[in-house]
Design a protein around this ligand. Sequence first.
Ligand code: UTP
Length: 234
Amino acid sequence: MRLVLKLGGSLLYDKDNQIISERIREYAQTLSQLVDNGHKMVVVVGGGKPARTFISAARELGASEAQCDWLGIKTARLNAELLSAALQDRVYPKIVETLDELETAWCTERIVLMGGLTPGQSTNAVAALASEIINADMLLNATNVDGVYDKDPREEGATKLDTILIDDLERILSGGGTRAGEYRLFDPVAIRVVKRSRIKTVIFDGKEPSNISKIVAGKMIGSIIIHKTSSVEE
Ligand code: UTP
């Protein structure tokens, strides 16, 4: 399969902002195994807590939103370097910074890593755009929650949805923040791209790296974004 994995930056840091090296190592092992089994992939790494720390300090110092976004973009690329270190010679030896560059890197047999791309979006948009470029069979969104809920999961009575229509997800997320570092699950660009190309997308708990292999093997984990067809849903 052609896969895009979005690895939420929050998965790489513990509550004291320390890098969880063991989890990065486990991800590298899981991804290497998938490659050994014949899968090809792009991994987009998010900015996580360090991105937010830099963004809020820069904003307080007078930076514009675009300048804050750039800090998030660069932090996400730096996080991708950590995974690159763990993947060693399995990985394309440069964090890809443009979609043009992605096309070239994808022609190699290596795992391709990306962080941020351009201001005004989150790394989920990067993952969605990368999915279009490589014509991905699946976009795997590893995050720190176990799926999409019908309301804020911290609220009483919130229910996890096994499947969710892209239009419903769009509605649930509408009104979310659009400033640097404040996007919720999916930003508007990501939603639009997933919708227009009907990208099969799974949002799941990434604290357990082996969930990826289970999903690729066909197990239902997390929440699956579905797209309406004229008569049936797929
Ligand atoms: P993300 O918000 O995508 O990081 O990028 P993340 O780690 O996936 O988020 P969580 O922790 O899992 O929720 C960090 C910030 O970098 C900027 C945005 O400001 C974004 O909030 N960014 C990222 C861009 O401006 N453009 C990009 O293409 C990517």
